[in-house]
Design a protein around this ligand. Structure first.
Ligand SMILES: NC(=O)c1ccc[n+]([C@@H]2O[C@H](COP(=O)([O-])OP(=O)(O)OC[C@H]3O[C@@H](n4cnc5c(N)ncnc54)[C@H](OP(=O)(O)O)[C@@H]3O)[C@@H](O)[C@H]2O)c1
Length: 296
């Protein structure tokens, strides 16, 4: 096990599920870990488990469906550190009905793609300061089929389900483009498809529960634990054998997946980046956190 003493890690969506298990696994190796989520009870419990493992650890509250809160979160992170060795994105919202945020965006797409895009932009200099640094997106790497970047952001006619698929594919396309744009800067990015993992993600929307219960019963023997998946995430985030590997996609056991031509297509990558930048707005100067409940 690589000793991570002295390393700083941010695990977004680290209060539950795969993110929480990853945060604890990083802390067990000595990293100072900050987790992000909305649930103050789960956040405080995770922070206390991090402190028990590594002597340090913190929870920052943010609703990632709101880009204003993502900006605020970036400010709070910057108040605490001037370097990040690892950023893990593991937040997602599975929803059956389209719900728009107060900022006019489809909620799931805002959480599982746009918040990641914006946060990486706002914290890129902290990652450069720790180079070689790594970003790991826990998503659904390996989406096939045409990626239509002109559907970003998903408009009013797009269902929550389609917006979710678009967001998952966008993470792959984004990773390939991020790698190209950050070549030589010491920040690598990868995307993991965790497979079927025993977390609460399928229980967050009550309308999904009956269907998901059936699915879980049928696939129970193939289900992984969050800890098994966390071990793969930690490998992607820290394994020296992966030094210099970037823009890469990985399957549930950490095997590298081929990047489909539709994901690597330069025109789609450029269009996704330009549209995402337009949506999140010009990246502002680092802000100072204003939410008191960031400190828990
Ligand atoms: N589990 C699976 O079988 C599976 C399969 C394929 C892909 N994945 C992917 O794996 C990743 C992790 O999933 P998981 O199964 O670990 O899910 P999970 O157990 O539901 O955890 C999701 C995390 O995201 C946070 N989150 C959700 N909405 C948020 C919001 N609006 N603002 C801030 N934080 C938010 C939650 O924290 P709070 O509740 O505190 O906000 C929680 O920490 C996701 O990207 C998911 O798509 C999972």
């Amino acid at each position: 096990m690589k000793d991570l003493s002295g390393s700083r890690a941010l695990v977004v969506g680290g209060t539950k599920g795969i993110g929480r298990a990853t945060a604890l696994a990083l802390a067990a190796r000595g990293a100072a870990v900050t987790v992000v989520g909305r649930d103050p009870v789960a956040g405080a419990a995770t922070a206390s488990a991090l402190r028990a493992a590594a002597g340090t650890g913190e929870f920052l509250a943010a609703d990632l469906s709101l880009l204003s809160e993502v900006r605020c979160l970036a400010g709070a992170v910057r108040e605490r550190t001037d370097r990040l060795d690892v950023v893990v994105h593991s937040a997602d919202a599975l929803m059956t009905r389209r719900v728009e945020t107060a900022e006019g965006l489809e909620t799931g797409f805002a959480v599982n793609f746009l918040s990641r895009f914006l946060l990486n932009q706002l914290l890129a200099d902290l990652l450069r300061a720790a180079a070689p640094a790594r970003i790991v997106h826990v998503a659904a790497a390996g989406a096939k089929g045409r990626f239509d970047a002109t559907r970003v952001p998903p408009g009013p006619g797009t269902s929550a389900f389609r917006a979710h698929l678009l967001g998952q594919h966008a993470n792959d396309v984004y990773a390939v483009e991020f790698a190209a744009r950050h070549a030589g800067q010491g920040i690598s990015v990868s995307v993991l498809n965790p497979g079927f993992v025993d977390t609460g993600i399928r229980r967050t929307d009550p309308r999904l529960r009956p269907l998901m219960r059936l699915m879980e019963r049928a696939l129970r023997s193939r289900m992984r634990t969050p800890e098994q998946t966390a071990a793969v995430v930690v490998r992607l985030a820290t394994d020296p054998d992966l030094d210099g590997v970037t823009g890469a996609l990985f399957g549930p056991d950490g095997t590298r997946l081929p990047v489909p031509p539709t994901t690597a297509a330069p025109a789609a990558r450029a269009e996704l980046w330009a549209r995402s930048e337009r949506v999140v707005g010009a990246v502002p100067a680092p802000t100072v956190a204003t939410r008191e409940d960031h400190r828990i």
